[in-house]
Design a protein. Structure first.
Length: 256
């Protein structure tokens, strides 16, 4: 009954707002990995990584998370993006907590010094005809420069630059090489280095297609030249995507 109501709501909303149902899609995935590796650091061990995404044309809103199986780490993120040609602009919010925190959890706490949120702007350049991409990330709120007296100063604007080169074996198989660097004095190097390579990754990802569902499988070799740490990571999952026009068509068939 709830699924039927969801389809009805989506159909009515598209008609009221005069949206083209062919441009609206919903996608989701659940993947699991041996470790959560992020920009040269290990945030947690084995974990689940769910994702839910809504898209209309070039505009996408998605929520994704990283939840460790041992209960130590939890991260819930939001991202809104808009694509123009080969460029995509993102505004993201990251919320992360450890089980060792002594303060009560409050997702809606955005106060300086006590919040577990960080906001970031992201600019991606991904040319369709070249096996190359480059992405720029900058924290704009939630990460502040520590002061000598122990207080928090201005926003750090910690920045991360990540070029990628890749080879597409088939439509569903890709070998990628990433080189990520901390730019300016950011929290990736404890605010001490203007530039440092902190993430080198060789990644192979293959997606097995099963109708509208695909099964991604991934393995990565990751090292951080700055800290000297190295990991081998692997994961797999399940993903799906549904166009609103297809959902409405299936719903009408369901009613018949």
């Amino acid at each position: 009954m709830k699924i039927r109501l969801l389809f009805v709501f989506a159909l009515v909303l598209s008609n009221v707002l005069h949206l083209d149902a062919r441009k609206f899609s919903v996608s989701g995935s659940v993947e699991t990995y041996t470790a959560y590796l992020w920009r040269g650091s290990k945030e947690c061990g084995a974990h689940a990584a769910p994702c839910l995404s809504f898209s209309y044309g070039n505009l996408t809103l998605q929520s994704y998370g990283f939840i460790s199986y041992d209960g130590y780490y939890k991260e819930i993120d939001w991202d809104i993006s808009y694509k123009v040609g080969d460029f995509t602009f993102h505004l993201a919010d990251y919320y992360a907590r450890l089980s060792t925190y002594q303060t009560p959890e409050n997702y809606f706490d955005f106060r300086k010094g006590s919040t577990n949120h960080i906001q970031e702007v992201i600019l991606c350049y991904e040319p369709q005809k070249l096996p190359f991409a480059i992405r720029w990330f900058t924290f704009v709120n939630g990460d502040w420069l520590p002061q000598a007296d122990g207080t928090l100063g201005r926003a750090s604007f910690s920045s991360y630059l990540e070029p990628e080169i890749f080879y597409q074996f088939k439509e569903n198989s890709r070998l990628s090489l990433f080189c990520g660097a901390s730019v300016f004095k950011g929290n990736y190097t404890k605010y001490t280095k203007d530039f440092a390579v902190i993430h080198l990754e060789l990644r192979y990802r293959h997606q097995f297609m099963l109708g509208k569902v695909n099964i991604p499988v991934q393995v990565s070799f990751v090292t951080n030249p700055y800290s000297g740490k190295t990991w081998l990571n692997a994961g797999a999952g399940i993903a799906w995507r549904l166009l609103l026009s297809e959902a409405c068509h299936e719903y009408r068939r369901w009613l018949m």
